[in-house]
Design a protein around this ligand. Structure first.
Ligand code: PHE
Length: 472
């Protein structure tokens, strides 16, 4: 960073396409170094997929309806980006920009697990206790009968047994018979409590298929603690935009063409033409590929390589926080194998009167299915599914709702992308095409994370700056 300034050179002009996290980070970093940046943003708000909907906010979809959030004052819905891992550069920007953060509960033993084979949902702690318990028992017994002696010495065996007893809460005979880890009918207090009792059979536990649900948070990008900005994820986009300077950001300005010139770039947009020394294009690749440009057929082919993936969410605002009062769930995620996939409970506003639950967060086919429906039908479907877990109150206590199908969002048209391969196009677009650079989460191995957008932006501006230093 120390050398990241123009040290007396005339300010190079950079036009940034897209007021997303990638675009704003580019303009923010270049601005710090003294560059003269202009950000062109097609929609009427900054942030890209970092959006937070509040009372009165409108949301339109391609070929669809416009919804208006009818939330109460104070309710918000992070309709896109929702959680941040500790190691992500996103937190460094929060610190630098003074965006306060709080814990995002990504994993809650009290939340439910529900798969279609189950008569009723079980708490995550119960599903986990039973799976760990039986797996530990099987392994401990296999080892005990010397079935693993090709891998284990006598000492290994002892150490493994010691671990497995803890891991599964096994009896001295290495059998899993259930454990207080499963939870209680009545929790201990003055009395010793009433534990849930014996687990279902090993066969039943395996048949329930809860393995995916109880391992999601093992991932390096999903492990607790995770974080969110206080008051809504859009605080990050807002703080970046303020730091860039709102006067440098032109919203409602759709780009219509990019032209590389020998000594600069020419960007055409709805309102006219803009000349600059350099351009950083941060639009989704499938939209960039459709823009008229003179960057060559290889660039177009590369931009067409990543495949857009659908993603959707619905925000369900409730009159009362029944998940806290009735279910004793304070934040976290219920995992299901239904088409809603997840239910998120809010990690803020505990014990306030109302609150908003994310009734589905799904991707690919499930998101396409919901995306084809009207908002009304999405809501009906989401309520029908959620009722299987939470019962009638899931419908009757609803106050208002808003849903988003990212593949139908104007100027974005996707939840994120997947690269069939990182050979070829991925590498090509890391380099500038003439004076045009590319940036976005789609150009990283952190697709669908704000951190990916930021890392990519930092790479692009570092390279651009190196070139500017060499050129003069
Ligand atoms: N970042 C998104 C999320 O947290 C999408 C994502 C999920 C990306 C899992 C990678 C892995 O849900």
């Amino acid at each position: 960073r120390s050398d990241f300034s123009l040290t007396g050179r005339g300010a190079a002009k950079v036009v940034v396409l897209g007021g997303s996290i990638a675009g704003l980070t580019c303009a923010y970093e270049l601005g710090k170094a003294g560059y003269d940046c202009t950000v062109l943003e097609a929609s009427d708000r900054v942030g890209g997929r970092t959006i937070t909907l509040r009372a009165g906010d409108r949301l339109d979809e391609l070929g669809g309806e416009t919804q208006t959030a009818a939330f109460e004052e104070g309710t918000y819905f992070n309709a896109g980006a929702g959680r941040i891992a500790q190691w992500m550069v996103t937190l460094d920007y929060c610190r630098e920009l003074g965006v306060p953060i709080e814990t995002f509960v990504n994993n809650n033993a009290s939340a439910y697990v529900y798969t279609r084979g189950m008569a009723a949902p079980v708490r995550a702690r119960t599903a986990r206790a039973d799976l760990y318990g039986y797996v530990a028992e099987l392994l401990a017994k296999a080892s005990d009968t010397r079935a693993l002696d090709r891998r284990l010495t006598a000492e290994d065996r002892e150490r493994l047994a010691e671990f497995l007893r803890r891991f599964g809460d096994l009896g001295p005979d290495l059998t899993y018979r259930g454990s207080t880890r499963r939870g209680f009918e009545t929790y201990p207090g003055v009395g010793e409590g009433v534990p849930l009792g014996a687990p279902p059979s090993l066969r039943a536990v395996l048949a329930a298929g809860t393995g995916r649900a109880v391992t999601i948070d093992f991932g390096y990008d999903q492990a607790m603690p995770m974080f969110q900005p206080v008051g809504g994820m859009d605080a990050i986009a807002g703080a970046l935009a303020d730091a860039v300077g709102r006067d440098r950001i032109r919203t409602g300005t759709r780009v219509t063409g990019i032209k590389n010139l020998p000594d600069g770039v020419e960007v055409t947009h709805q309102g006219g033409t803009l000349r600059a020394d350099y351009c950083i294009a941060t639009l989704p690749p499938h939209l960039l590929a459709r823009l008229p440009h003179n960057l060559g057929a290889q660039v177009t082919a590369a931009l067409r390589t990543p495949v857009p993936v659908a993603a959707g969410k619905i925000g369900l605002e409730y009159r009362r926080r029944w998940w806290e009062t009735d279910d004793r769930i304070y934040g976290g995620v219920t995992e299901t194998d239904l088409d809603i996939t997840h239910i998120w409970y809010p990690s803020h506003g505990y014990h306030s009167r109302t609150g908003l639950v994310v009734g589905y967060y799904n991707t690919a086919e499930n998101a396409e299915l919901y995306g084809r429906l009207s908002h009304r039908d999405r809501r009906t479907r989401a309520l029908t599914q959620g009722k299987k877990i939470h019962g009638e109150k899931y419908r009757t206590e609803l106050r208002s709702s808003v849903s988003i199908a990212w593949q139908r969002r104007p100027h974005i048209e996707g939840g994120w992308v997947t690269w069939p391969s990182h050979e070829g196009g991925f590498a090509l677009l890391q380099r500038p095409a003439g004076r045009v650079y590319f940036a976005g989460d789609w150009l990283t191995h952190l697709v669908a994370w704000q951190a990916g957008a930021m890392e990519s932006a930092r790479r692009a501006v570092t390279e651009l700056h190196r070139r500017v230093l060499q050129a003069t």
